[in-house]
Each structure stands twice: as C-alpha cells, then as structure tokens.
Design a binder for this molecule. Structure first.
Ligand SMILES: O=C[C@H](O)COP(=O)(O)O
Length: 256
C-alpha cells in the first residue's frame, strides 16, 4: 500500500506570533512553489494560528493544525477553543489525545473520543495520539494500553472518518527525552496498531491509514525510522522548532 508520509511539527507551548513569523521567513523559501513526496503540517499554539494562516495560507505544500479543540460547540467553557473557530484560521488538522493532554490535563479516553467526534463533525482531520508509558511497557501492558486507546478513541467513527484521520504512535518515554524507540520497537508497535484498526474497520481501511511515529525524532534518526514499513511520517516536537531541522528530518525521512 502506497501511503503518503505526513510530517507534522508540534510546537507545543512555543512560539507566539512574532516567533511564528521568524520561523515562516526561514521555511517559506524552501516550501513555496515546491512539491513534496509527503504532507507537511505545522501546529502552532492557538494565539499564533492567525499569523500562521496569514503566512502559510497560500502555500499549498503546508497545512496547519491546532494542538487541541473543545468537545463542545460554544458556551461557558473558559479557556477553550471550539472546532468551528479553528476553521476560520484555515486549520485542517487537529492534534488530539497527545500524552501531555492525557497526563497533565487529565484527558480521558472518553473526553478524547468526544473531541475526535467533534473534530470530524466540523471536517477537521484528527492527528490522534496514542502511546504507552515506560511503566506500562515494562509491565507488559503495551498491547492492552494501545488496544484501549485505539478502541475508545475511534469509537463511533465511520470508515470515512477514519480515512481523514492520522494516528500518531508516541511512546511517552520517548517524548522530549532524547531517547527514541528503536526502529524495531516502533515498527512492532505500528504493526500492532494497524492490526487493531483492521479488527475494528477491516483490512483495507487499516492498510490505508497513516501512522506517524513521535518521540525524539531528529534528522539523525529520521531515515531509519521512516524506512520501517508501517511508519508513515513523524510527529515532531523539539526538533521541529527550527525550520532547518524540520526540513532536514523531512529530507532524510523521504530520501529512500
Ligand atoms: O508531538 C510531538 C511529540 O510529543 C514528540 O516530541 P519530541 O519530538 O520533542 O520528543
């Protein structure tokens, strides 16, 4: 199955509008009027989406993502941003279920599922993050955790919703730690996640869905990880804060 890789820069709580502009000035000469063998996505903080959409709005190679959205449409939810609001900023993707949202902000599988369904209602494409902690891996619970996260997170999804979804497998112990999963560990987990999707939706949708790897991806390890048959791109944190490093990951990861 020929799946187009997708490389997404998750800036997390970094870069306000002026730093977004600096990044764009560095990236634009390399992406304007260019075609890539992969999709490129940038996920700035909410307050930088207006600046990012102004600068990247007419760049066909780059799509924007939000880092979160509310499970509600509107109303008395202080501090929240709804899916429909994001549409005004030419946002096409939304990162949901990131381990930092799960562990720091207490988002449960049910809350994440509600957000996933809300995102699809407004035609946003979820980048649906899953992954185990070190204790869960060492305790032999890897498959159980991934099964729970996939089953609950994708509950109520149609095959069409699934087609518009990207899964990001991010072992929590590899996020921001400099410790990357080995290519073998990552491939094994990706193949298992794909088998879970096949159980729930059938073989063809499972073969089509893109599964990114995330967790300390850098230019030096991108090629090895991306060479794995079930890895279809990367969700990158720290190494995507510099345009040059983001571009180098894409170049190395798509070279073969
Ligand atoms: O969303 C991105 C991931 O959490 C990976 O972050 P990292 O590349 O800094 O390890």
């Amino acid at each position: 199955m020929n799946r187009k890789p997708i490389f997404a820069a998750n800036w997390k709580m970094n870069k306000g509008p002026s730093e977004t502009e600096d990044f764009a000035r560095a990236l634009l000469p390399h992406v304007q009027h260019q075609t890539f063998p992969c999709d490129l996505v940038i996920a700035p903080p909410f307050v930088s989406l207006a600046k990012a959409s102004e600068l990247f709005g007419n760049v066909t190679a780059v799509a924007l993502a939000a880092q979160n959205c509310s499970e509600y449409d509107s109303g008395a939810y202080t501090g929240e941003v709804s899916a429909v609001m994001l549409k005004e900023f030419y946002v096409h993707y939304v990162i949901l279920g990131h381990s930092e949202r799960r562990s720091i902000y207490g988002e449960t599988d049910d809350v994440i599922n509600a957000k996933m369904l809300k995102a699809r209602e407004f035609k946003l494409k979820p980048i649906f993050c899953i992954g185990e902690t070190l204790a869960e891996r060492e305790g032999g619970q890897l498959e159980e955790v991934l099964r729970r996260q996939v089953t609950k997170g994708l509950a109520g999804f149609t095959e069409k919703d699934l087609q518009e979804t990207v899964i990001a497998y991010e072992p929590v112990w590899a996020i921001g730690t400099g410790v990357t999963a080995s290519a073998e560990q990552a491939q094994e987990a990706h193949a298992f996640v794909r088998s879970l999707v096949a159980e729930a939706f059938g073989g063809e949708p499972a073969a089509k869905i893109r599964i990114q790897y995330g967790g300390s991806v850098k230019p030096a390890n991108a090629a090895e990880l991306m060479a794995c048959p079930d890895i279809d791109g990367a969700l990158i944190g720290g190494a995507a804060l510099e345009a040059s490093s983001f571009l180098q990951i894409i170049e190395n990861g798509t070279a073969s």
